[in-house]
Design a protein around this ligand. Structure first.
Ligand code: AMP
Length: 456
């Protein structure tokens, strides 16, 4: 076939039907847990006023400065494809007077976000995030509870070995003091830093702490740590968060270099990563080579390679000053966002299967009368909530039975020309090939009975 002229835009991807099961599993697992914890779903527009992010997330952040997709409308408004979910939700909270609701207001969302980043493994320009915002609560219990919920969702999905990294970056009281100390530490090291970090000295010095460049990391290993410069309130808050996490048995690692990319964060910041799985990469194992008749001169080494690092699966923190920066009042809040694509990739790397719907019954037909009756019968099964697959476009029974087999159906119902006329239908056990003829009007009862027996 001629190569298709149109491809998806770089960094944006189609989610094909077989992958949709992963997305659904993540959605359903999260929804169940968030329902339990009293979170309610909210959807905000894909487009927002660009200013919302410059003010909320911060003018000098990479996301706003370099990665935001903006457009000018015919009415001359400057809009942005939302790069993150927290500022829009705080905007909605303020706009709809949610501060007058019973506090805290606990919300969750699931949807696409857009950042013009360099596409690479685990990094897209359009990606989905699944997130929560816990608004109107300043107690450290909220910080600890959202971390607990985040790990519960990832564990329910089947992940083990979660690494929760946590830090406190203080607030507008103590952070400026820390910034000064950090800048004086960096004073004589500027020329050794990467070009991005040299720029960050002017714009966003805290981000230097989590630069991934090896040389910068080496220099920063000796840097003063935020937690040693917290004011008494921030110190107390962080201490309590850690004490609660200890008490509820959520393990964590203190990471003095964790700062996160958005200006709205205050106090607690955290990320969740997975301990990488080992992958065998040797082309052939020794036994295979011997089986092929070759004599190995030397036993081939089965190398172990680290899984491609996708970065963090989720990140979040407290953002007590965001509401004020958007013109609102004092609204303490915290939240997190899970990168759904990264979770899907990690599930695949660990061979974790989403629950694909199980087809237990297949409805095969031969002849035009049978086809028509099948349509009616399908509706009867749907009303009884019994999942039935069919292949109405096909005529050959062999072909239909092969499809039933491939789908893993336990029973195939066969409606031939004779059965269609006589008001009967054949029920075939796909495991042992046994066939019984039953009255069409009794078929649902019979299928139910057999499926119940299977489940015993
Ligand atoms: P952030 O909104 O930057 O705090 O990121 C929260 C989570 O979203 C990260 O831990 C990632 O899992 C995911 N994420 C952020 N940026 C991207 C991206 N460009 N592509 C895919 N996932 C992303």
């Amino acid at each position: 076939m001629e190569k298709n002229k149109f491809q998806n835009p770089s960094g944006m991807h189609d989610i094909l039907p077989q992958d949709e099961f992963y997305y659904q599993k993540i959605y359903n697992t999260g929804q169940k847990i968030l329902d339990f914890y009293g979170f309610e779903k909210i959807d905000t527009p894909i487009l927002e006023m660009a200013d919302l992010f410059s003010r909320g997330v911060g003018e000098a952040t990479e996301v706003v400065e370099k990665q935001m997709y903006t457009l000018r409308t015919k009415g001359k408004d400057l809009l942005a494809l939302r790069p993150e979910g927290t500022a829009p939700i705080m905007r909605a909270y303020l706009q709809h007077g949610m501060h007058t609701w019973l506090q805290p207001v606990k919300l969750w969302y699931f949807g696409p976000f857009f950042r013009h980043e360099r596409p690479q493994a685990g990094r897209y320009r359009q990606f989905n995030q699944f997130g929560v915002e816990f608004l109107g609560e300043k107690s450290p219990i909220a910080d600890a509870q959202i971390i607990l919920i985040l790990t519960a969702i990832l564990e329910d999905l089947g992940f083990k070995n979660l690494v929760v990294k946590i830090n406190s970056i203080g607030d507008s009281n103590c952070r400026p003091v820390y910034k000064k100390i950090l800048l004086s530490f960096l004073k004589n090291k500027k020329s050794e830093l990467c070009s991005d970090c040299q720029e960050r000295i002017k714009t966003n010095p805290l981000r230097i702490l989590d630069c991934k460049n090896a040389k910068c990391r080496q220099i920063l290993a000796e840097a003063p740590q935020t937690i040693n410069y917290l004011c008494p309130e921030c110190h107390q808050h962080f201490k309590e968060v850690l004490e609660i996490l200890d008490e509820i048995k959520v393990s964590y690692t203190l990471d003095s270099h964790l700062v996160r990319g958005f200006d709205y964060y205050t106090n607690t910041v955290f990320e969740v990563e997975l301990a990488p799985v080992k992958k065998e990469v040797a082309e052939k194992k020794e036994e295979e080579i011997i089986a092929e008749g070759a004599v190995p001169v030397e036993a081939p080494k089965v190398e172990e390679k680290e899984e491609l690092q996708l970065g963090s699966l989720a990140g979040g923190g407290r953002y007590d000053k965001l509401a004020k920066s958007l013109g609102g009042g004092d609204i303490p809040a915290c939240g997190w966002g899970i990168g759904v694509e990264r979770v899907v990739e990690a599930m695949k790397a660990r061979k974790m299967k989403p629950n694909e719907p199980v087809v237990q019954v297949f409805l095969a037909q031969i002849g035009i009368l049978a086809k028509r009756k099948t349509l009616r019968l399908l509706e009867d099964f749907r009303k009884e909530r019994i999942r039935v697959a069919e292949s109405l476009g096909r005529d050959s029974l062999k072909n239909q039975l092969a499809r039933a087999d491939r789908l893993g159906a336990k029973y195939t119902l066969i409606l031939g020309q004779k059965e269609a006329l006589d008001g009967e239908i054949i029920i075939r056990n796909m495991e042992n090939g046994q066939q019984t003829t039953v009255d069409q009007k009794d078929i649902i009862k019979e299928v139910k009975k057999r499926l119940q027996q299977e489940n015993k």
